[in-house]
Design a protein around this ligand. Structure first.
Ligand code: IMP
Length: 186
């Protein structure tokens, strides 16, 4: 019988930080917490494009409440790994959030600049509640004092890709969260 070839590890093979099975389990736990916190109420999930869309689509299907969703887009890092510190609204919400239980769904909290900008914008629109769900949190990188209410995983200061997170628009489709090749050639 022919032997399967062993997987070839190259410099660009991403190193797995969080496996898809662990992500799935944690997303279910976070959804259960949201379901408990908003028992009997409707929640309106706002996904922050583009990174938050995979997390949102898995999370919303695990929430056992009446739900609705919308998306917002802000400027991102482009091809660099470091934030410019400037946040710009690229796509606004489609509908009014006044009086709604809003859960902002982010891929990752890094410096916190994006979240702090979004919270300022959304608070002005008078939602009933405004909470933050983020799959990942890198607390050691924080430049402004913001925190998430529902955090999937706290991670060290590494640039990560996969499960919605990109590097120069690539790798969003990886099922696991991986550390980008430290050689930086990808
Ligand atoms: P912040 O404004 O610095 O908190 O960054 C928020 C945004 O930067 C996230 O929503 C991501 O799009 C992006 N980002 C931050 N860290 C990473 C990372 O490790 N990998 C990919 N994108 C990241």
């Amino acid at each position: 019988m022919a032997r399967a070839k062993p997987p070839k590890i190259t410099r660009n093979t991403p190193k797995i930080l969080i496996r898809s099975v662990a992500i799935k389990k944690r997303v279910q736990e976070v959804a259960r917490q949201i379901t408990r916190d908003f028992k009997g109420e409707r929640v309106h999930l706002i996904g922050v494009l583009k990174g938050g869309c995979i997390f949102l689509s898995d999370l919303i299907r695990e929430i056992d409440l009446e739900t609705s969703l919308d998306f917002i887009a802000v400027s991102s890092y482009g091809k660099n790994k470091d934030s410019s510190g400037q946040v710009r609204l690229l796509k606004d919400l489609d509908s009014n959030i006044a009086g709604l239980n809003v859960i902002l769904v982010e891929d990752i909290l890094d410096t916190g600049l994006t979240l702090s900008y979004l919270l300022r914008v959304l608070r002005q629109r008078k939602p009933k509640a405004l909470r933050v769900a983020a799959l990942l949190d890198k607390p050691s990188r924080r430049r402004v004092n913001v925190t998430g209410d529902y955090i999937g995983f706290q991670i060290p200061d590494e640039f990560v890709i996969g499960y919605g997170l990109d590097y120069a628009e690539r790798y969003r489709n990886l099922k696991d969260v991986c550390i980008l090749d430290p050689g930086g050639t990808t």
